[in-house]
Structures are given as C-alpha cells and as structure tokens.
Ligand binder design. Sequence first.
Ligand SMILES: Nc1ncnc2c1ncn2[C@@H]1O[C@H](COP(=O)(O)OP(=O)(O)O)[C@@H](O)[C@H]1O
Ligand SMILES: Nc1ccn([C@@H]2O[C@H](COP(=O)(O)OP(=O)(O)O)[C@@H](O)[C@H]2O)c(=O)n1
Length: 260
Amino acid sequence: MTDPSTSSGTGASSGTGASWGTGASSGTGASSGTVVVAIDGPAGSGKSSVSKQAARRLGYGYLDTGAAYRALAWHALEHGVDTSDAASVLDVVGDFAFGIALDPDAYGVRVGEADVTEAIREPRVSDAVSGVARVPAVRESVNAMFRTLVDSSGYPGVIVEGRDITTVVAPDAPVRILLTAAPEVRAARRAGEVSTHDAASVAAALHKRDAADSTVVDFMTAAPGVVVVDSTDLDFDGTVDAVLDVVRAQLALDAEGTNA
Ligand SMILES: Nc1ncnc2c1ncn2[C@@H]1O[C@H](COP(=O)(O)OP(=O)(O)O)[C@@H](O)[C@H]1O
Ligand SMILES: Nc1ccn([C@@H]2O[C@H](COP(=O)(O)OP(=O)(O)O)[C@@H](O)[C@H]2O)c(=O)n1
C-alpha cells in the first residue's frame, strides 16, 4: 500500500519545507519546484474523487489532507480520547505516525502499522474529526507534514485538497480552486456512498460537520485569486474537465508571469 517514502510523522516533519506556499510567488508554490494545485471546498463537493482523477490525467500526485485529520481522529478514538477536548487531542499527537500514498492509483492511509484507509470513513470518525481539526496546534503540525510530503513526493506536481489549502497551506500556489456544489446535491452524493445510514441522517451529519468546520476555516467563499468550480449541474467527468481547464489556464498565465 503506502511507500515508506510517503510516510510522515508530525514530529519528524517540522522544520522542513517551511517556505512552501508562504514565500514569494515562485511559479510552483513549493520550495522543491513541485507544482501545487490547491483545491478547497465543503464535504461532498467532489474534492477527493475529482482531484484523484485530475491527478491521473496530469501525471501528478494527489494529497488528501482530510485523510490526515481523519486518521488523527481515528488514532485519538483508539486511545479512548475525548476528541472534543483539545488538551487530550494534543496528548496523542506525539505518537501519531501518519502515512499516505500520493499515487492516485494506489491510494492508502495508515497510522503506524495499521491500514486505516477504510476505517477513517466510518461515521464515528466523521463525527469526531471536526473536534480534532479545530485545535490550532494540530493544524500547524499537520500543515508542516503536508509540506514535507509534497516537497519529497517526486512528482512534477501534486493536487492538494482540503479546507484551507488555497488560503493557509498554499496561498501562493499557481492554481487555486474552490470546488462547490449545492448543499442538497452534496448530501445526496454522500448518502449514495454510505449504505449503513439513511439519507436524512447522512445529510444531517454532513451539514453539522460543515457548520463545525466553517467556524475554523471559511471554505464557502473564494479568497481573492481563487477560481470557483461549481459542480452542482456537472456530472463527474464534466467536473474533472472543468478543473483541468482551470489548471491549464492558470499554469499558462503563470508561465507568462501574469498570474499574480
Ligand atoms: N460532479 C459530480 N457528479 C456526480 N457525483 C460526483 C461528482 N463529484 C463527485 N461525485 C461523487 O460524490 C461523492 C462525494 O465526492 P467526494 O470526492 O468524496 O467529495 P469530497 O471529497 O468533497 O467530500 C463521491 O461518490 C463521488 O464519486
Ligand atoms: N485541509 C483540511 C482538510 C480537512 N479538514 C478536516 O477534516 C475533515 C475531513 O475532511 P475530508 O476532506 O475527508 O471530508 P469530506 O469533505 O471528504 O467529507 C473535515 O470535516 C475537516 O474537519 C480540515 O480541517 N482541513
């Protein structure tokens, strides 16, 4: 599943790649020269599935940042930690050994030796993840890990998707996209994936998580320079094409030096 080179511990990752996404515009957004395509958006907008397919088409890597927060929530639950208590969450960050594959055709997530690729999608993890993600020290630690993963990826580019990638993690990336869709469309898509819960409870959980997450990051409004792709009326392939159109247009502008 995961290549060891794609592993990163929160402790081991700090201090490297510090200029990633925060330095002067470099044409890549990464200190390693890796092109960063930053995609944010709410739950069920298509970030993961669309980013993965777009990465395949571009020959890029794909980094699912939500998987890191989910894996940390899983890790905290394994330790019996109350995920609504910031101090308790921070206690378990120290031995959080996170691994993720950036290959869009070999997606996998682990914590230590455990393959948690499926487990982190369980409703109990979805319910706990916002509590973990709202702790500022957790976010700083995880963001440093993302920079290390991208800088050492070996890919010419990486599509990085999450909630705060266009604004906090990679504000200088040459391509920044906010992927949205109407709330009822997002809920219906997510309900189609989860067979263990009825559609109404899936929708309620998704809206509750969006509300909790939006107290930490504004992922519903495009920051200046961020291009909106609204997938409400697009099918999956149409959304991938729309994202790729933006990537090509923004990279062309960047190459001309006009993508300020
Ligand atoms: N434009 C689209 N039209 C129809 N279904 C889509 C579209 N984009 C994504 N999906 C489907 O919706 C579900 C949620 O997408 P996902 O990528 O997990 O969203 P996110 O990562 O934003 O939560 C998946 O089953 C995915 O295949
Ligand atoms: N960059 C990110 C990515 C995810 N998250 C958190 O991690 C959770 C899970 O992210 P996800 O991308 O797997 O969620 P979905 O949008 O796929 O439902 C979110 O609900 C946020 O609480 C975050 O805070 N910042």
